[in-house]
Ligand binder design. Structure first.
Ligand code: ADP
Length: 668
């Protein structure tokens, strides 16, 4: 193969992806002086990556197979914009050898390895056979061609329980089963085959010894078209949920220097076996002592930033240089490991509801500044919609510091200072996870999250004194700003109101809880807030952290508040709180402005109808249950009313936005 033709200098790069990775690639490409072309689906018309690129091409409808996975349309988009190269990002077509081949055939540089290398490493069985030959350590197992039950059972006998049955074509943890005893084997094989066939169109399996207390360790490698191949240290990604990474860090806190060099050498050997070109990752499973090859990913990984932060290398820049046909800029002995980096994946999902994806419009997206070792790779911003069609990862937050402990503390602070409204996120879960004592002690394995789920996904604490007082201060602040007469408002000037003493009562509700009254007294003397039996002196002042400082009985604390109508979002030292301000003048009419049409939030199947037409419903009463993305979601009455109509029946498959029922408010 003539590599000088495949890898050459180009000026225009098309990014065949969306979300944070498209934005991240565009950023580096621009810095290198390239013209960038984004592609998008109908669901992503206003997306951040479209805005960031120099040009953008609409691929087609929202469904990935009509847009981001459509090879023809991608090549057409490249032709239309004179793009000479395509960066596939991760996911979508990034590991699809046919796509790499189609790019080559169309004379387009594919930023990645050749189709041959992808094919050689693409199947877990095939790559293991290669690694065995190259002398890379493997988990004891079977990865042969014969797939009949007797062969698989015999292999299992030889390996010994527990074993892991895996789809050879697998990815994303699908088609994987842990089998602990012989009687379970046949059923596990049948179901893994079925899942593999459905997910990958290939039901071939392999069997591995299940490594106890497994840790996930992987090595970043990169090769150029001149025969140079480097390892860029390892990452540890042991904090996983359902075999999906949640937190990643570099270097691994589990390995000592000798083990580090061993695993990096094994990775270079593995990639060297196919004369690898481009960025890639060699994944290993470890029992804490030894490492065993499990698979190679022939693309950039989600977690590549932790490697960038400890090496100072921009991996996308290096990918592009390799695609230009340049040699790698450094030698192995010039790659230095500096400090520690840790990354958290921020998802629009609800940990308290089995991590159900949360879709909708992002009404607030506020992240802290990227200073003090904090980096935020986001694909969304205020006002963007999170759609059900794609992965629900919103952003990655990555922190660097000289030590692991300090990096964790910085990451946690970054997570704590992030405000997202409109969709539910896993941010509190991520904070709970990285501050867990077992994580600090590195006493974890890949099953840790599943075992600790109850504590990690615990419901937030109820609002207390501090939050109710902050809510009052936030309302006064809002009123002061609205009246533009700050000098005369009680805000900041409580202490010296000249005449008398005035009183004002505020009432709040959290969720479906009881109302809480707070009495503000101001005028002559210090202002006070009375919550339940207690009365606290109260001062508030604007602060430069974006919110305000609230001083209660002499204790000053920073508050972040966002008010939208009568809905308050507060972030205090105790966490995040959403309160409803019950307006003394407006009565509760705003309660009834909720949508009276019950619509499907996501495409799904109606699995239960829980109320009958004509029934009187309390606010929050269950109306029907949808099964969405394999999880059940109950739709409820947005206010007290009468169920006027049910417009679906059990078994109906409904599209997003379709009206399923109608509730009429009582008292209209
Ligand atoms: P996928 O391609 O579906 O992500 P992998 O083979 O990469 O599947 O495995 C996913 C995760 O499962 C790994 O990160 C590791 O934690 C765990 N795993 C894989 N193989 C083993 C094994 N033999 N023993 C224990 N855990 C394993």
């Amino acid at each position: 193969m003539d590599r000088s033709r495949m890898y050459r200098r180009f000026r225009t790069l098309l990014i065949a992806n969306r979300g944070e990775i498209a934005c991240r690639v565009i950023r580096t490409a621009r810095r290198m002086g390239l013209r960038t072309v984004a592609v998008y689906s109908e669901a992503d018309r206003g997306a951040l990556h479209v805005e960031m690129a120099d040009e953008a091409v609409l691929l087609g409808p929202a469904r990935a197979r009509d847009s981001y996975l459509n090879v023809e349309r991608l090549l057409e988009a490249a032709r239309k914009t004179d793009a000479e190269a395509i960066h596939p990002g991760y996911g979508f077509l990034s590991e699809n050898a046919e796509f790499a081949q189609a790019c080559a055939a169309a004379g387009i540089v594919f930023v990645g390895p050749t189709a041959d290398m992808m094919t050689a490493m693409g199947s877990k069985s095939g790559s293991k056979a290669l690694m065995e030959k190259a002398g890379v350590p493997l988990v004891p197992g079977y990865h042969g061609e014969a797939q009949d039950d007797a062969t698989l059972a015999k292999a299992t006998d030889r390996i010994g329980f527990p074993v892991l049955v895996k789809a050879s074509a697998g990815g994303g943890g699908r088609g994987m089963r842990i089998v602990r005893s012989a009687p379970e084997l046949a059923a596990a094989i049948t179901s893994a085959k079925r899942e593999a066939k459905a997910a990958f169109g290939d039901d071939r399996l392999l069997i591995e010894k299940y490594v106890d207390n497994p840790r996930h360790i992987e090595v970043q490698i990169i090769g150029d078209s001149h025969g140079n191949l480097l390892s860029l240290f390892e990452r540890e990604c042991t904090l996983q949920r359902r075999h999906q990474k949640v937190i990643e860090e570099a270097p691994s806190p589990t390995l000592n220097a000798t083990q580090r060099e061993t695993v990096c050498a094994a990775a270079r050997k593995a990639a060297g076996a196919v004369n690898y070109i481009g960025a890639g990752t060699i994944e290993f499973v470890s029992d804490g002592k030894d490492v065993f090859f499990i698979e190679m990913n022939t693309r950039l990984q989600v977690e590549h930033p932790v490697t960038e932060l400890i090496t100072g290398i921009d991996l996308v820049e290096w990918q592009l240089r390799v695609a230009f046909g340049e040699p790698l800029p450094l030698r192995q002995d010039q790659i230095r490991l500096n400090g520690h980096a840790i990354e958290a994946r921020v998802y629009a999902e609800n940990p308290a509801k089995n991590f159900m994806p949360s879709v909708g419009k992002i009404r607030t997206w506020r992240v802290p500044a990227e200073t003090n070792g904090l980096r935020i790779d986001a694909g969304y911003r205020d006002g963007d919609a999170v759609s059900p069609y794609y992965d629900a990862m919103l952003a990655k937050m990555i922190a660097w510091a000289p030590t692991r402990e300090a990096a964790i503390a910085r990451l946690n602070r970054g997570l704590e200072e992030t405000d997202v409204r409109g969709v539910v996120t896993n941010i509190p879960f991520l904070s709970a996870l990285i501050t867990h004592p077992s994580v600090a002690a590195n006493a974890i394995d890949t099953g840790f999250i599943e075992r600790e789920l109850k504590t990690l996904a615990a419901a937030p604490p109820p609002a207390g004194e501090l939050e109710f007082c902050a809510a009052v201060a936030a309302i006064l602040d809002g009123e002061a700003k609205a009246s533009k007469a700050e000098a005369q408002s009680p805000w900041q000037t409580f202490g010296w109101m000249p005449v008398g003493r005035r009183e004002r009562v505020f009432s709040f509700r959290q969720g479906h809880g009881a109302e809480q009254k707070i009495t503000l007294r101001y005028g002559r003397g210090p202002a006070t807030l009375a919550v339940s039996e207690r009365e606290l002196t109260f001062v508030a002042s604007t602060a430069d952290h974006g919110g305000f400082d609230l001083t209660l009985d002499g204790v000053k604390t920073p508050i972040t508040a966002i008010i939208e109508g009568h809905e308050l979002y507060l972030r205090t030292r105790n966490g995040r709180f959403e309160l409803h301000w019950v307006d003394p003048f407006g009565g509760e009419t705003e309660e009834q402005t909720g949508e009276d049409k019950i619509v499907a939030p996501l495409p799904g199947t109606v699995v239960a109808v829980l109320a009958e037409a004509g029934a009187k419903l309390e606010k929050g009463a269950a109306i029907l249950t949808l099964e969405v993305m394999k999880m059940e979601q109950t739709l409820r009455a947005p206010f007290a009313g009468v169920l006027k109509q049910i417009k679906c029946k059990v078994g109906d498959i409904v599209q997003e936005g379709v009206e399923l029922a109608e509730v009429e408010p009582i008292g209209e």
